[in-house]
Design a protein around this ligand. Structure first.
Ligand code: AMP
Length: 454
């Protein structure tokens, strides 16, 4: 399948060739013709699938072929949950549309209003915006959205997670009813479906990855550790390969700053990115990391949403996410496009329940390896009870006999390797069934360990 056969015009094909894209990704194959045909679309696709081009290319084509008037109001609006994503989407739009005359810009918080007001006055064709800042402009009458013919909700699930539903409704209320709406979301929670029912017209649906799936090239590893020793263990694992670009996830803004300082004090080139940083600081930190100027980027979940970082070799969960689904989003940044990736989680006793939720979601146990010198005083019990040990049609327990490969993580605890720099915890000699039994009875005693909402 070629881009040409999807019905894209030569100016776009040229830009794609300049980007080095040879073939469309599956989401692009599925979405582009539907969008060009004028259908509303609900697409299940995560960052890393090429979803941005899946909506940006047909949108640019339709904007370019519709009449160019004099200064006018925006005809296309793309809403994204974060500033970084808005900037990234707009960068892509500029790259794909470089041979077209489509006027576009991005509008987000954290930077002054002045430049954005000027840009809006010039009459852009396409605006990429975060909901909060767009509402500010709407309230100040800096922008008139009555001419919007195309609307894209990018990472709609994230927007709802971040509490943007009221803002979305406010924006949707001022858009014309006659429009084409495209909704992209990693998951289709009931609230997303509700949004689609209320604001879309018989949308076509395309679903790319199985929800909750992670790239198959990713090795997951869990290092149990006492909470008080996490920082030292992090230094130890980072030092093992100090040139490796690593994205480290911490739970809080304050925690990421502290961790970043600690890493810097120990000679690592690190930067932190979170909601309290100014837009300029965030953009600079991301650019430095992408360039390789810094090797460690410490981020909170919200700040890291949708970051497009190619070929990231490792993600470290310094803190486990409070919501299991976020593990999938975090890990989505490594092992892309067939590359190998490492997902390392430093798990304290207090996080055992969160780890259990993650394994349940992934339907696979994660390899547990304690690191020599950092063995905790307690025993981490991997939850295997809810994880099938084999694919449908395979014999249960077959994975035990498999040849070692990069999916080692799916092996039962008893078969897990020792860490190259440590010894398997004595707990690991228990069989999978032992662990499952123990966990089942513990769950029955304690009830389900619920993740706290963010
Ligand atoms: P996205 O899922 O939109 O965040 O895209 C993920 C990455 O894939 C971005 O770096 C894009 O530039 C890149 N990309 C998108 N489409 C293609 C394609 N057809 N071929 C190669 N790379 C692509």
């Amino acid at each position: 399948m070629s881009f040409e056969s999807l019905g894209l015009q030569p100016a776009l094909l040229r830009a794609l060739a300049e980007q080095g894209y040879t073939d469309p990704t599956p989401i692009q194959v599925a979405a582009i013709p539907q969008v060009l045909d004028g259908h509303d679309l609900m697409a299940g696709a995560q960052t890393g699938t090429g979803k941005t081009a899946a909506f940006a290319l047909p949108l640019l084509q339709m904007l370019d072929s519709a009449a160019h008037g004099p200064a006018h109001n925006p005809r296309a609006l793309i809403l994204t949950p974060t500033r970084e994503l808005a900037a990234q989407v707009h960068d892509n739009i500029r790259a794909y549309g470089k041979h077209l005359r489509v006027r576009s810009g991005a509008i987000f918080g954290g930077v002054g209003m002045g430049g954005q007001v000027q840009f809006l006055r010039r009459g852009p064709d396409l605006v990429v915006a975060t909901p909060g800042r767009l509402i500010d402009h709407l309230q100040r009458r800096n922008v008139d959205l009555s001419g919007v013919r195309w609307l894209v909700l990018d990472e709609a699930d994230r927007m709802l997670d971040m509490g943007f539903l009221p803002a979305l409704k406010q924006i949707l209320a001022v858009l014309p009813k006659q429009r084409q709406t495209l909704l992209f979301s990693a998951t289709f929670a009931p609230e997303i479906k509700q949004l689609a029912t209320n604001f879309m017209r018989s949308p076509r649906e395309v679903q790319m990855a199985t929800p909750n799936a992670v790239a198959s090239g990713v090795s997951h590893r869990v290092h149990p550790v006492d909470a008080a020793r996490k920082r030292d263990l992090l230094l130890h694992v980072l030092a093992a390969d100090s040139r490796r670009q690593t994205l480290v996830f911490a739970r809080t803004k304050h925690g990421s700053d502290k961790l970043c300082r600690h890493l810097e004090q120990h000679g690592f080139r690190a930067a932190a990115i979170h909601g309290n940083k100014s837009q300029n600081q965030r953009t600079r930190a991301l650019a430095d990391f992408k360039r390789g100027g810094t090797t460690i980027l410490v981020a909170t979940d919200i700040a890291a949403r949708g970051l497009d970082i190619d070929q990231l070799p490792a993600v470290v969960n310094y803190d486990l996410p409070m919501v299991a689904q976020d593990y999938v989003h975090r890990i989505g940044r490594t092992g892309r496009a067939g590359a190998e990736g490492l997902a390392l989680s430093l798990v304290s006793r207090e996080e055992e329940g969160l780890l259990r939720d993650i394994q349940k979601l992934l339907k696979q146990p994660l390899a547990v390896e304690s690191v020599e010198g950092f063995e905790p005083a307690w025993t981490l019990r991997p939850e295997h009870a809810n994880a099938p040990s084999s694919q449908p049609g395979q014999r249960r327990g077959k994975s035990r006999a498999r040849k070692p490969n990069r999916r080692d993580d799916a092996r039962p605890a008893s078969a897990q390797r020792k860490a190259s720099h440590g010894h398997a915890h004595p707990q690991h000699s228990r069989t999978q069934n032992d662990a499952a039994r123990a966990n089942r009875s513990r769950r029955n005693r304690n009830g389900r360990n619920r993740a706290a909402p963010r």
